[in-house]
Write a protein that binds this ligand. Structure first.
Ligand SMILES: *Cc1c(COP(=O)(O)O)cnc(C)c1O
Length: 400
């Protein structure tokens, strides 16, 4: 357990990492379990004609069980991939292309304007392949608009993709309701759970989920591994993206990276055990941060629904502050703006736009993400430094 808030800022190592939506450190317990599978126990898990392959295959299957358990799935429903980007591409393109190959009349894909770029662009790629696509607006609180969804999802819909938790504003979508609607209309329900997995309870059966994406490096596992849950009963039928050896139920050809799979499994096992307590601790720390900041400065507003959100997410607008300028003033804090630096240009985030923020509000937004190893001391340090920098920003702005 991380130390409590005893001393002032003594002992706070800098820079303080407050960007856990971008990535998380590998938990030391995960690293320990992974390590032997790189060099000592290096077998190819698909080469089961000898002991090297056998032991790797066994370790991969144990890991598959841990991933499945985290979301209430059967291990046979878990496909290892390289990460959530690949899982999302596989789910969306795979479902659409399977349907077309079967010459069915369903032709529509539905998603939200606040989804991760890899979902929106996968859907866009399918529009280029001739599918009908709908990218629905979201409400000001970041949540799906049930009326929009009811209008869009009909018996021509192949798949509905709605994320479980947003990577920028942290809001938790009502996935049970989305799943129930999709099922009632005979459509598949895919959810990008890269942020939610291991942070919020997920049950594929309770939520009527057919396809679900997970990323290792968002839940204290390694980078370069993820998983796609694909329902067996009734079967969510998808076409693979890759041609090859037919590994992973022929849905994902290529050698499963055993060390990474073992790491993802252990990360899921730990998350399942510790999620409830960790969520309580992070909610308290987020509240402490907001209260502290609001006591020191005014003009702080939370982006997105205040209650339905990831416990470690703090997405805020700071009146009269340019987020990029602010970040330069606090090199001891690692956090992000509400903007995506795509190529050379800085564009307002499509998520903040989707919830109705203007360019200026978006440009004054920052995202902080607290995580498993964030301490109360670090939160207090961040509040003090940020409040001071915000005051400096505002002074500079009013002087200009
Ligand atoms: C990080 C993230 C992804 C991409 O995951 P990778 O494993 O890095 O490919 C997709 N969706 C959401 C919501 C994310 O936060």
């Amino acid at each position: 357990m991380p130390p409590d808030d005893a001393m002032e800022h003594a002992g706070v190592g800098t820079p303080v990492y407050l960007d856990h939506h971008a990535t998380t450190p590998v938990d030391p317990r995960v690293l320990e379990v992974m390590t032997p599978w790189f060099a000592e126990r290096f077998g190819n898990p698909h080469s089961t004609s000898h002991a090297f392959g056998h032991e790797a295959a066994e370790a991969v299957e144990t890991a598959r069980g841990h991933v499945a358990a985290l979301i209430g799935a059967d291990p046979r429903e878990i496909v290892f991939t390289s990460g959530a980007t690949e899982s999302n591409n596989l789910a969306i393109k795979g479902a659409a292309r399977f349907e077309r190959r079967r010459r069915n009349r369903r032709n529509k894909l539905v998603t939200l304007a606040s989804e991760h770029k890899c979902v929106i662009e996968s859907v866009g790629d399918m529009a280029a392949e001739g599918f009908e696509t709908r990218i629905l607006p979201v409400r000001g609180d970041g949540l799906v608009d049930p009326d929009e969804l009811h209008r869009a999802v009909d018996d021509s819909t192949i798949l509905v993709s709605v994320m479980a938790a947003n990577n920028e504003i942290g809001v938790l979508q009502p996935i049970e309701a989305v799943g129930a609607l999709a099922r009632a209309r005979g459509a598949l329900f895919h959810t990008d759970a890269a942020q939610a997995a291991g942070k919020a309870p997920l049950d594929v059966n309770a939520a009527g989920i057919d396809l679900l994406s997970i990323s290792g490096h968002k839940l204290y596992g390694p980078k370069g591994i993820g998983a796609l849950y694909a329902r067996r009963r009734p079967r969510a039928r998808i076409e693979p993206l890759f041609s090859g050896g037919g590994q992973e139920r022929a849905l994902r050809s290529g050698t499963v990276p055993a060390p990474l799979a073992v790491g993802l499994g252990e990360a899921c096992r730990i998350a399942r055990e510790e999620m409830a307590a960790e969520g309580d601790r992070l909610s308290a720390l987020s509240a402490r941060f907001l209260k502290g900041l609001q006591e020191r400065i005014d003009g702080v507003a939370v982006n997105g629904d205040r209650c339905r959100r990831l416990p470690g997410n703090i997405s805020i607008r700071l009146d009269g502050v340019d987020a990029l300028g602010l970040i330069d003033l606090v090199p001891d804090l690692a956090f992000s703006t509400g903007s995506a630096c795509t190529s050379a240009a800085v564009e307002p985030s499509h998520v903040l736009r989707a919830i109705g923020l203007g360019d200026e509000e978006a440009a004054s937004s920052v995202r902080l993400g607290l995580g498993r190893f964030t301490t109360a001391g670090e939160v207090d340090f961040a509040v003090d430094h940020l409040a001071e920098a915000i005051r400096a920003c505002r002074r500079a702005m009013s002087a200009a």
